[in-house]
Design a protein around this ligand. Structure first.
Ligand SMILES: [Zn+2]
Length: 300
């Protein structure tokens, strides 16, 4: 375990706001960053992913295919405004559904995924390249027209260093697109709406100001942020989890259950997407939970 200070302010002027799984999330009074301290060592963190020991296991990554494909299409629709094709590197692709959708849209996808089970799945199931090495070492000599990641930066031990590597791996006119939450902006008494913080997978939760600092420190020019309130989706999840209560009805035949499960998961995926990205786009609630899709280009 190692104790750290705020990675942006360089000091520890913080107070505890999250307790989960024996770890404490501390909020920096100066910049809003929430960081886990003390936290596991880098070696322990790497082992966590390589050996599928993270809270979000490969089993979780292979679930919710309907939702992940709809989400990938929404993200690609936004990306289309900034890039029309070329080599796309995804960092932390999970089950590879975004990569598969990106290929259908004319991009040439590559993945880096530390989880060996998921990397293997992407290579075998989608026949797409996926390496289990840090993004600095993967695909030596290659540059990318687009680098994408979703809900990954909270997992990085040293986000500034990783963003500098992304800057180096992009072509001069390349595009960085990523999605992350704004938990550092959220009033501490509203944090309890989140069902699980996934400690210690998540090491940081960022504020809007932190994201701006991160881009500036690593040589990126911020282009645009698309912001969506996640409050409607969080409320929807609370309702759905109540409906999930075990039923005492008759047992459905296995094949029937499979069909029913598939259509209900497609419906849930559409409801979640509607709540998060349609309703969420209309409800900019300040100091409350949001997800943001950020576009940046290399600073010239
Ligand atoms: Zn700070």
């Amino acid at each position: 375990m190692e104790s750290i200070s705020c990675i942006f302010c360089g000091i520890d002027d913080s107070f505890p706001v999250i307790q989960e799984n024996g770890y404490t999330g501390r909020k920096c009074r100066q910049c809003g960053l929430i960081y886990v301290s003390p936290r596991p060592s880098r070696e322990d963190i790497r082992n966590l992913y390589e050996h599928d020991g993270a809270v979000t296991s490969s089993h979780c990554q292979f679930a919710s295919e309907h939702y992940k494909r709809l989400h990938a299409r929404l993200t690609l629709n936004i990306l289309r405004g900034y890039a029309s094709g070329g080599k796309l590197l995804e960092i932390g692709p999970g089950a590879g559904l975004f990569m598969d959708e990106a290929r259908a849209e004319g991009f040439t996808p590559y993945g880096v995924e530390l989880n060996l089970i998921q990397a293997d799945y992407i290579r075998n199931r989608w026949r797409l390249p996926c390496e289990s090495r840090p993004s600095s070492d993967a695909y030596p000599g290659e540059s990318f027209d687009v680098i994408y990641h979703c809900d990954v930066i909270s997992h990085l031990c040293d986000p500034s260093a990783e963003f500098r590597i992304m800057r180096e791996r992009l072509t001069p006119h390349g595009v960085l697109i990523f999605e992350t939450g704004n938990m550092g902006d959220v009033r501490p008494d509203r944090l309890a709406m989140v069902p699980q913080f996934q400690y210690p997978d998540h090491l940081f939760f960022f504020s809007t100001r932190n994201i701006e600092s991160l881009l500036q420190l690593s040589g990126f020019h911020p282009v645009r942020q698309f912001r969506f309130s996640t409050v409607p989706e969080l409320l929807l999840r609370q309702v759905l989890s109540r409906l999930k209560a075990p039923s005492n009805g008759p047992v459905i035949a296995a094949t029937g259950a499979k069909v029913a499960g598939s259509s209900s998961s497609a419906l849930k995926a559409r409801l979640r997407m509607f709540a998060r990205y349609r309703l969420g786009a209309c409800l900019p609630i300040y100091n409350h939970h949001q997800t943001m899709i950020v576009i940046a280009t290399p600073a010239q």
